[in-house]
Design a protein around this ligand. Sequence first.
Ligand code: CA2
Length: 145
Amino acid sequence: MTPMIYILNGPNLNLLGRRQPEIYGRETLDDVAAACAAIGAEAGLQTRLLQSNWEGQIVDWIHEAREAAAGIIINPAALTHTSVAVLDALNTFEGPVIEVHISQVHKREAFRHHSYVSHRADAVMAGFGVHGYALAMRHMAHLLG
Ligand code: CA2
């Protein structure tokens, strides 16, 4: 069976490509889904990109991924900096976890410099724009290959 990669996105990322293009660029989450699916197809991986503005929904998808996915790519958005619940959920997942940030969070406000999710992530991308998701997909293929 083709391994599945969950690509999870947190609060406000539904607005990607529609607001603050100077920080987050002009590509939408649908563009990201298409780019990741294309890389997955090359690498023999299925992808499922999901976005929610609700912390509990992200936690539920991580639980679902325990059975359904071989790896997780996650941009937790603001939950990165606040959510022990997302960290605890990721700690129950056995496959590779890659954390993605579109912006270079370490160049931004001090409150964006700490990530709860980084305590679990096997790799972290920041500042590559939405291309960071594609790079994460390639690394995921390498890790699972
Ligand atoms: O750089 C990233 O990817 C972030 O995870 C984005 C979060 C921010 O809280 C993190 O510190 C860094 C914000 C996501 C908001 O997404 C928007 C996208 C387009 C327009 C407005 C918001």
